[in-house]
Design a protein around this ligand. Structure first.
Ligand SMILES: [Zn+2]
Ligand SMILES: [Zn+2]
Length: 313
């Protein structure tokens, strides 16, 4: 299985347009040791020809242009066959609306996420201009779903949803009770290569299901949004805690570094908020993460998983 990190930052990106925090200001002026990052998304493929996005970020256009494997092979063509969504959050699905140039695509998501996108949303009609334009593939946590190529053949990849504690996206929160299908983790498998990728960009609670899913994977991408639970409040940027926003912090006794110490496979933090000190390459927090065997994902990072040889390029 081929994997490319298209974007590694949380919603807003790094730097974020309306943020002058230490990190955002520092990366703009070149005074911190950190690289700018676009908003979180992965591209995955079994054969290097047909690709699927895991989340579609608002930065999708420049992310595709930066990735040669996602460029058209003919005058009107795209190697992209579909998008798998982990939630209906704007930073995870706005990119879909930027792929509106009459390209048939499959959208794999839970029913909750699909309804949030497609119902009472006039903009979604731009993705439903002709029969088969945007087709929904339901993700149900009990089932492994085969991802089809553009002509309907099996792509070689399957995806399984892992239900997570979550909440509806902010714009749908009024009047909609939280469900375990608002926000999911993904296990993407390329059975022929014997490769499994775990993709959990937003995870509020590391329970038994999450542990079991992560244990199955050859590579793990996990929620690196915040270093500490009160990161935004401490920096004077907001009142809500990391847990309250649906993210286990990286540091601290309840954090992912302590809680996931038993993992030994390749593992990366992704969906990193611009306030997180792990973005600074010379920070104590970055050293701590690396001492625990994790890496901080960066845009353009590529992996090959499974029988074609596990290597990072
Ligand atoms: Zn997000
Ligand atoms: Zn910032």
């Amino acid at each position: 299985m081929r994997v490319r990190v298209l974007g590694s930052a949380a919603g807003g990106g790094f730097p974020q347009w309306n943020c002058g925090c230490v990190n955002c200001d520092g990366v703009r002026t070149g005074t911190v040791a950190a690289s700018a990052r676009s908003q979180e998304s992965l591209a995955v493929s079994a054969d290097g020809e047909t690709w699927f996005l895991l989340n579609a970020s608002p930065d999708i256009r420049s992310q595709i242009e930066a990735a040669p494997q996602l460029h058209p092979r003919r005058p009107r063509h795209s190697p992209l066959a579909g998008v798998v969504l982990t939630s209906g959050d704007v930073d995870h699905c706005l990119g879909l609306f930027c792929l509106r140039e009459a390209q048939p695509l499959v959208v794999a998501s839970t029913e909750r996420v699909w309804r949030g996108l497609a119902e009472t949303n006039a903009l979604f009609r731009t993705l439903q201009r002709f029969p088969g334009h945007t087709r929904w593939l339901e993700l149900d946590p009990e089932q492994r779903v085969s991802l089809p190529t553009a002509d309907g053949a099996p792509s070689g990849l399957t995806v399984q949803a892992v239900a997570l504690t979550g909440a509806p996206p902010l714009h749908l929160r009024a009047g909609l009770a939280p469900s375990e299908l608002d926000n999911i983790g993904l296990l993407v498998e390329h059975a022929e290569a014997g490769a499994v990728l775990a993709y959990f960009p937003g995870c509020a609670q590391i329970d038994g299901r999450v542990r079991n899913a992560l244990a199955r994977a050859d590579a793990v991408f996990f929620d690196g949004t915040f270093w500490s639970n009160w990161e935004l409040k401490e920096q004077g940027l907001g009142e809500r805690s990391a847990f309250d926003m649906g993210h286990v912090p990286v540091g601290g006794a309840e954090g992912s570094m302590e809680t996931l110490q038993s993992l030994t496979q390749q593992r990366f933090l992704i969906h990193i908020n611009n306030t997180n000190p792990v973005l600074r390459e010379d920070s104590a927090e970055r050293r701590f993460v690396e001492a625990h065997g994790w890496r901080v994902a960066s845009d353009g990072l590529e992996l090959v998983l499974g029988s074609t040889g596990a290597r990072s390029a």
